[in-house]
Write a protein that binds this ligand. Structure first.
Ligand code: GRF
Length: 190
């Protein structure tokens, strides 16, 4: 079966290193799909600048109805959350059921759920004494961080002394597996 070419929208609130990893993967033809749109709920998110520099249409939008309109306008098939710190409404999730994926910086179901984002995740991992962490790409459902897992990869963190160090190591895994998840979806493996 040949891979589908999906129109992707990336949603973010911050630096957008995951967006950058997807842009780079697209450039290298790692997947067939195309990042058509970047949306941020934060006006000053550096991720918007990254999109601009790559010539990808990008918008700062807070209102969900406006976001939905934009997604329709661009015929978006897949929404990739990449550090998007806004909870999507039930209505939104229903409209795009099975078409929203997220990257999370832990081995879900561990260290997921409300309040578990950014450094909070890595601090919790450090406090637990776990020797292994990792990243997970999963479908987004109403239950935060509980949707079906698409791909997950572990990394040894026993030599990492701080939450920041763990985060840096995990981020490298994120950049590796997010593009893999997209390829799996477009190839119909999921
Ligand atoms: C990543 O750690 C991602 O897992 C989480 O938010 C962070 C975003 O980083 N959901 P970046 O903006 O892609 O650099």
């Amino acid at each position: 079966m040949s891979a589908k070419r999906l129109n992707i929208a990336v949603f973010l609130s911050g630096g957008g290193s995951n967006l950058q990893s997807l842009i780079d993967a697209q450039r290298e033809n790692y997947f067939k799909s195309s990042i058509e749109l970047v949306i941020s709920n934060k006006k000053d998110a550096f991720g918007l600048q990254r999109a601009k520099m790559e010539g990808i249409d990008n918008y700062y939008i807070e209102d969900e109805e406006e976001v939905i309109e934009m997604l329709r306008e661009y015929n978006i098939d897949l929404i990739c959350l990449a550090g998007y710190l806004k909870i999507l409404s039930k209505k939104f999730l229903n409209q795009f059921e099975g078409k929203i994926i997220n990257i999370h910086p832990s081995l879900l179901p561990k260290y997921g759920g409300k309040g578990m984002y950014g450094l909070y995740v890595h601090e919790a991992v450090l406090d637990s004494g776990d020797q292994i962490s990792g990243a997970t790409v999963h479908f987004v459902t109403e239950k935060i961080d509980m949707g079906k897992i698409i791909i997950q990869e572990e990394i040894d963190i026993k030599n990492e002394k701080t939450a920041i160090d763990i985060g840096k190591k995990v981020l490298k895994i994120e950049h590796k597996i997010y593009k893999e998840a997209i390829r799996m979806i477009e190839e119909g493996e999921i």
